[in-house]
Write a new protein. Structure first.
Length: 218
């Protein structure tokens, strides 16, 4: 099983609840599946550039005009996206680890998504065939921590909506979410209990992913 882990949290693990969720998830997954091939991408080590006009032209102009010839600057603008896409397209499972900031994904994660979720890289698009995935990702596991408490369907939650919508367009609809909310101890006296429940949930999701992939292998 090939797993791509993309992390968008600058804190060390002992200060980051989302990274602790990732440790619980991968600890259980690797325990159950010795064949896991894990690729870790720390976005604070491999920082994505913001989406540019040159990248837009390089990825979208050929969709509109098959005869379009990209410039050298446009080809160079796709260097980061092309490198990241190689690991993305090889993965069976994508794991995204992040905090919620200002009700949505960190900007550095959004920048990575803008780079990778592009035509000709992770999906093809045409008037005749619509959108067709170029990857083989079956599932996304979203590991999130937030200071506030969010109920299911909370209108303040732009994070999970962003992830579901963006990756759904690329053909990935199976998204499992483990959310350690209420992690601001100033307002939530049960922050530790909430974290423990999320850690247990992360291990349970790892068990589910391992079993699903085992079934697929058979």
């Amino acid at each position: 099983m090939n797993v791509l882990h993309v992390c968008a949290n600058p804190k060390p693990t002992d200060e980051s609840v989302s990274k602790q969720l990732a440790a619980a998830f991968f600890g259980k997954l690797i325990e159950l599946r010795s064949d896991v091939e894990l690729v870790n991408t720390d976005l604070y080590d491999e920082k994505p550039p913001f989406y540019s006009y040159e990248l837009y032209k390089r990825t979208w102009y050929p969709v509109m005009d098959e005869s379009y010839e990209p410039s050298k600057a446009e080809e160079m603008a796709m260097n980061y996206a092309a490198r990241q896409t190689e690991a993305f397209n090889a993965a069976d499972v994508l794991v995204l680890t992040m905090p919620m900031w200002n009700c949505t994904v960190p900007a550095i994660m959004k920048a990575w998504m803008d780079q990778v979720l592009s035509p000709g890289l992770t999906f093809s698009i045409s008037a005749e065939e619509g959108v067709k995935p170029l990857h083989k990702i079956k599932s996304i596991v979203l590991l999130v921590a937030s200071g506030g408490v969010y109920k299911e369907g909370d209108e303040r939650d732009a994070l999970s909506t962003q992830v579901r919508s963006a990756f759904g367009f690329a053909g990935i609809d199976d998204i499992e979410i483990v959310w350690a909310d209420g992690q601001n101890p100033l307002f939530n006296m049960d922050a530790d209990e909430r974290k423990q429940m999320a850690l247990e949930a992360a291990a349970e999701i790892a068990e589910d992913i391992a079993e699903l992939e085992l079934d697929a292998a058979e």
